[in-house]
Each structure stands twice: as structure tokens, then as C-alpha cells.
Design a protein around this ligand. Structure first.
Ligand code: HEM
Length: 493
């Protein structure tokens, strides 16, 4: 009898819940399609409804290629998520990143805070950044790098070439990513911190750089770039307890004790004019100075290592460029663009060390985007939207860079003269743009000029061949070779 009373009630409740859910879903669909402030921005329905597709592509390292497919279908502005917009148009670099200081970095960057502290890279607050960046900026002036840094960079380049020679005459094989990371870390630390990390000390040519597990760990977390920092904190604690990683622990201890030695020396008045001393001198705490140095170790090893590693790998694949560089060093044409500069430019373009969207927040007054390719249509992008451009879209745009996957320094230079179009110069986005572009761009460029020049002089790459003919890159904030690819080279005996 109770059943007779309850059953209709349960049936009624169930159908009410179903009807309510369907009504809510319909209301949400109508809102997303017609009333949402971004409903006029082109994009597929599933991207309008949820951030999950964006988070998944970020995790899987497919964010930029998926954005490229969306652009092919919908045009220069597309929706990546309910509050996320991607633009494929170099003409939008200036308003987003440059004019009036550019839009603020999106809060996503806080996922890269270290130990709860903001770094020069991760902070979204211009005032917080200004104190730190102003203190260290003089170190990164080209004139200072070329005078005070010349000796260190040349010594590191000698070590780079010596390691290649040793491999050529010994085990006949070497991993270019590992070697390029060693060079980048020692060149950066020797110049910026006043004391080389010691990446070439006791290096036999086969083992992995001791800082690598530390660097790889941070790189791996760029899969979660769009996830809030506090969630990452829990994730880290959980993963640390379930999968203790001895290699990472040992590597981090080594990096930390090196950084501690830098900060200790600076506190006692040593390390004049270094990154750490300059930060301490403007009142930054010891704990934060350590974190800023640790962040610079990651930034100064990972992206430059990938860029240089891929650049040398491309030169091994196309030895005519090494011969061209050698010719230029002896009696090359003088002009406004050397083949050396063009080679480094092309390395920056093709390596896609930071391939993804660099997200910024549209300011309170909103922003109107007008595609630079023309057309009458403009798009109002409301305040608070996360908007950005990616190196992937710009560098692989075949209108600006014909045959974009081809490594071709000659697209930049002819007879010592630049033949780059306005769009090519505008759209080279390897270091970002505007007030938040890479603080160490000049250093990174000088590092590459010095080592590529030294490499061309040496002839050590003669007879070398790549082990993997093709490599595939994952599109995380900091790229990484996909599993199964490597940048090893081999000399046949
Ligand atoms: C080929 C080498 C390098 C590449 C491709 C590269 C790339 C980048 C990019 C794309 C940004 C801008 C990120 C954004 O706007 O969201 C950036 C910022 C930054 N990079 Fe680099 N970087 C390189 C070398 C270095 C080195 C050697 C250091 C070490 C000192 C460094 C330290 C930084 C810092 C501190 C920032 C944050 C600047 C700011 O927000 O004010 N980078 N880098």
C-alpha cells in the first residue's frame, strides 16, 4: 500500500527533476549562444559551454594546433573557452602587448608562482614587477652583455665545442638538448649570477645534466598552466606522496644549494652587480631572492636549451648553412643583416620554445579588435576576457613565412641585406612583446650568436648526422619533444 502512495510521488519527482534539468540546460544554452558577452565571437558550441576542452588541450599539449584549426574554420578571432579568446593576427600584438604598457597578464600566470611567492615572470601586478625588474634590468643591456659577458660566453662556447669534439672522437654520439642546456645554464649563470653553475664540470658526454630533473619537473607542470595555483599545490602534495621522485629531489637539492651559495655570498657583500645582489639591495627578502634565482635557472635553461638544441639539429640536417656561416666569417658580405643573425632568427622562429597563447586580461574599458587583413567587421571584446596570441600561429603562418615548417635562414637575408617583410619582423614572437617580453632576450640572442659563430669556425659538425629525421613538439607553455623523438646526432666512423 505504501508502494502505491510512494511510486507516483517518486515518478513525479523524477520527471520534475528531468524537466528542471532540461529547462536549466536550455536556458544555459540560450545564454551561451545569445546573451553571453562573448556570444558574438566565432567558435564551436562546446567551447562556449565549458572550459574543459581548453584545459584538456593544455594538458595534452595540443592547445595551439587546435586553435590553428579553429582559425582555419572561423577566421582571425576564435573562442577557446567561455572566457578565453585566441587571435591569429600580428596586427593585434601592439594593442594587446605593447601600447600603453599592454594589457595585464592573466591570473593563469600564478600557476607558476614558486613556494607561494610571485616571480618577475609570474606576477600580474605591474608595481610588484617594476621594483624587481628595474633592479635587474641593467644586467640585460646588450652593451653590458657584450663587454662584461664576452669572456664568460666565449668560455662556455669553447666548452660546448670541446664536448662535441670529445663525443665525435669518443662515443660518436651526443644529445643536443642536454648539451644546449649545459651551455645555456652555464652562460646565463656565469654572467647573471657571477658564478657558473658548473654544467660542464666532470661532463663525460653521456650523462644527463644534474639540473635536468628540476627543469623537467617545472616544464611538466606547464601542462597545468591554466589551473589555479592552490589546486596545483594539492596536486603536487598528492603526487609527491604517491610517486616520490628521488631524481627530482636530488636535482632540486643541488640547484637549491647552488642558489643558497649565491645568496649567502651576496649577503656578505660579494657578487657585486649580480642579479641576486641587485634584488637584495632593493630590499627583496632572502627567501624571495632565492625563488627569483631558481626561476631564472629554469627560464635560462629550458627555453634557450630547446631553441639552441633545435637550431644546431637543423644545421646538422642542412650543413650548407654551416658552410655559409664559415664563408661569412672569412669574407662574407657586409650589410644590415648577417647570415649569422638570420640563422638565429630562423632558429627562434622554428623552435617554438614557448608556442602557446600568452594570455592577457582585457582592461575595464573593453577592447575593439579590427582584423588587420581588412574587412568591415570589428569585434568588441569585453573587460575581463583572457585574450592572447601565440607564437605557433604567427610563426607557422604561410602567408608571412612561406613553407613555414622549413628551416630556411635565407628567407631573412640576401647578400648581407635584410629581405624580411614588415610582417616577418612584426610577427617574430619568440620572446613575446611589449613591457612583459622576455627580460633576457638580449642575453639569449648573444648566447646564440657566440656559440653558433664558434661552432661554424670549428668544423666539428662535419660528418655528423641526426638520429631522428623528424621531431614532434608538444604545445605546452614551455615546449618539449614528444615521446619517441630526440635531438641526438651521430658521427659515422
Ligand atoms: C631562447 C631563449 C628564451 C626564450 C625563447 C624566452 C621566451 C620568453 C617569453 C616568450 C617570455 C614572455 C612570456 C609572456 O609574455 O607571457 C619570457 C619572459 C621572461 N623570460 Fe625569457 N626566454 C628566453 C630566455 C630567458 C633567459 C636566459 C632568462 C633568464 C634570466 C629568461 C627570463 C625571463 C623572465 C624573468 C621573463 C618574465 C619577464 C616579465 O614578465 O617581465 N628568459 N621569456
Amino acid at each position: 500500500m505504501l508502494d502505491g502512495v510512494l511510486q507516483p510521488l517518486i515518478a513525479n519527482a523524477t520527471s520534475s527533476i528531468v524537466i528542471l534539468s532540461l529547462t536549466l540546460l536550455l536556458a544555459y544554452l540560450c545564454y551561451a549562444l545569445f546573451s553571453h558577452p562573448l556570444s558574438h565571437i566565432p567558435g564551436p558550441l562546446h567551447r562556449r559551454l565549458s572550459s574543459i576542452p581548453l584545459l584538456v588541450s593544455n594538458y595534452r599539449g595540443t592547445e595551439s594546433s587546435q586553435a590553428a584549426s579553429l582559425h582555419a574554420k572561423y577566421g582571425p578571432i576564435v573562442l577557446l573557452g567561455p572566457n578565453d579568446v585566441h587571435i591569429n593576427d600580428g596586427g593585434a600584438i601592439a594593442p594587446i602587448y605593447v601600447e600603453k604598457g599592454g594589457f595585464r597578464k592573466a591570473p593563469y600566470y600564478h600557476s607558476t608562482d614558486i613556494d607561494g611567492l610571485q616571480t618577475i615572470f609570474s606576477t600580474t601586478d605591474p608595481e610588484y614587477r617594476a621594483v624587481r625588474a628595474k633592479a635587474v634590468a641593467p644586467i640585460f643591456a646588450t652593451s653590458k652583455i657584450q663587454s662584461d659577458g664576452a669572456r664568460i660566453l666565449h668560455d662556455c662556447a669553447d666548452d660546448f665545442v670541446a664536448a662535441l669534439k670529445k663525443a665525435k672522437n669518443g662515443v660518436h654520439e651526443i644529445d643536443l638538448i642536454d648539451l644546449a642546456r649545459r651551455y645555456s645554464l652555464d652562460a646565463m649563470s656565469g654572467y647573471v649570477f657571477g658564478k657558473r653553475y658548473g654544467a660542464f664540470t666532470d661532463y663525460t658526454g653521456t650523462e644527463t645534466l644534474s639540473a635536468t630533473p628540476y627543469v623537467n619537473f617545472i616544464q611538466a607542470f606547464t601542462r597545468f598552466f591554466l589551473v589555479p595555483n592552490w589546486i596545483l599545490g594539492y596536486l603536487l602534495a598528492f603526487l609527491g606522496s604517491v610517486y616520490p621522485n628521488q631524481e627530482f629531489e636530488t636535482s632540486t637539492e643541488k640547484v637549491t644549494s647552488y642558489v643558497q651559495s649565491l645568496v649567502d655570498e651576496a649577503k656578505q657583500g660579494g657578487g657585486k652587480d649580480t642579479f641576486q645582489k641587485r634584488l637584495l639591495d632593493v630590499g627583496i627578502s632572502e627567501a624571495e631572492t632565492m625563488v627569483q634565482c631558481e626561476d631564472a635557472i629554469f627560464a635560462g635553461t629550458d627555453a634557450p636549451g630547446t631553441t639552441l638544441g633545435l637550431l644546431v639539429w637543423n644545421l646538422v640536417k642542412q650543413p650548407e648553412y654551416i658552410r655559409g656561416l664559415r664563408h661569412e666569417l672569412t669574407d662574407g658580405p657586409m650589410g644590415n643583416m648577417s647570415l649569422l643573425r638570420a640563422t638565429v632568427q630562423e632558429g627562434n622562429r622554428t623552435s617554438l620554445a614557448n608556442p602557446v597563447r600568452l594570455p592577457r586580461i582585457v582592461p575595464p574599458q573593453g577592447w575593439t579588435y579590427t582584423p588587420s587583413a581588412g574587412g568591415k567587421k570589428s569585434y568588441h571584446v569585453p573587460a575581463g576576457t583572457a585574450v592572447g596570441i601565440s607564437a605557433y600561429s604567427l610563426h607557422l603562418n604561410e602567408t608571412t613565412f612561406p613553407s613555414p615548417h622549413e628551416f630556411n635562414p635565407r628567407r631573412w637575408v640576401e647578400n648581407g641585406q635584410s629581405i624580411a617583410t614588415r610582417e616577418m619582423n612584426r610577427d617574430l614572437f619568440a620572446f613575446g612583446a611589449g613591457s612583459r617580453q622576455c627580460i633576457a632576450q638580449n642575453l639569449a640572442m648573444e648566447e646564440m650568436f657566440v656559440v653558433i659563430r664558434r661552432l661554424a669556425e670549428s668544423e666539428v659538425l662535419t660528418g655528423a648526422q641526426v638520429v631522428c629525421e623528424e621531431v614532434r613538439l608538444g604545445e605546452w607553455f614551455n615546449t618539449r619533444l614528444r615521446d619517441g623523438c630526440n635531438l641526438k646526432i651521430r658521427w659515422t666512423v
